[in-house]
Design a protein around this ligand. Sequence first.
Ligand code: ADP
Ligand code: ASP
Ligand code: MG
Length: 441
Amino acid sequence: MALLVQKFGGSSVSDVDAIRRVAQRVAASRAAGDDVAVVVSAMGDTTDDLLDLAGQVSPNGPPERELDMLLTAGERISMALLAMAIQDLGTPARSFTGQQAGMRTDSSHGRARLLDVTPSRVAETLKRGEVAIVAGFQGVSEDEDITTLGRGGSDTTAVALAAALNADVCEIYTDVDGLYTADPRIVPTASRVTRITIEETLEMAAQGAKILHLRAVEYARRFGVPLHVRSSFSDQEGTWILVDRPLTGALHQDGTTRHTSDTTTTEDPMEDPLISGIAHDKSLAKITVVGVPDRPGAAAKVIGAVSTAGVSIDMIVQNVSTSPEGLSDISFTLPEADGTVAVAAVRELQHELGVADVLYTSHVGKLSLIGAGLRSNPAVAQRMFGALAEAGINIEMISTSEIRISVITDQDVLEEAVRAVHRAFRLDSDAEAVVYGGTGR
Ligand code: ADP
Ligand code: ASP
Ligand code: MG
């Protein structure tokens, strides 16, 4: 008998039929003798619809406390309906809000971090042989205010619950059959990954593969929670994300790892780079600060001003100064939604720093190739940049780490770029990936 935490995303509970299908799956796991705690997201696009409503009643921006109160209603609806549907099948079930499940957070509304997880009522429910259902994405602050963990945060609720209950596995049920070598909505021939290390998954999530909330992966790594990402629409085995394993490269659905040498086999040379997949992020913007005096402290001032404004910066590139006046340019990327705030923060400094200009480009995207041993092998970058050049795609910025090479391109050509690089590394499979539902938003 195992203890399972099963998380169902919005597209898995989008309507009555979907909720009843999930209820059957949960009841079947319980009937097989496992203890089951469920974490559920809001139905379909409920969270977006609620956000839209809030925007309509407060065009100047909704107060964050009230917005959290509103958004958490989405998960309450689905948790109660799922509990009813499970009980209707004759399996005892009980639903709990994040607060009732002991999800204590800090008070940063909209992006609250978990401070303490004490799911005693959930544990009691399981002990009685009942199914416990917990509303995802929410908690309660030290001041007893309701908080949310940020978009996609139900994954984090599930992993935190699995860690606190010492569950055998945290199953993330979604609308695709697991983690693929690229978003199957963009690359239909992407290969399903059967197992992958937590480090590579962390990098995929950090670089925009939204199948898993980044904080959920971080939490799983910290607490050693094994994750199994799979579809709620099929019975296929999904992707196992392994904690505490060396970087062995992702194992793909045809039973091989993807090396970069010309044959694809598990017996390739030990030091060959291993490709896990490609992540992309479509919602970025770029700021270029032109003519920054080339002296100590200038970059710190520019970047400091932006982060003080609460904007998280991603890629930063500073040109080597070649001008006789000793001026250089600094470019960085940031979430497109924070563009106005960031530009204002830099412009405030323009005079003090003697900066020539501040240029803003919205609508850029990032493609990241992820795998083990990439930086130490220049052939990988060569193949990646060659594929982009052949597709006529201009690279605006480049950054690398030990397990990643990222490029910034125009948003309009990003999807084509993903397909070109995916092809170049022979990541395509013969079968088409199934996308069962959802909008991919
Ligand atoms: P849920 O509602 O179940 O939380 P999400 O929409 O958050 O589901 O995440 C699932 C989606 O993630 C898929 O439908 C797919 O479009 C997208 N996705 C992005 N990158 C990948 C990837 N590498 N593998 C699989 N899915 C991916
Ligand atoms: N319902 C929330 C969202 O749409 C949380 C989640 O689904 O994980 O972001
Ligand atoms: Mg999600």
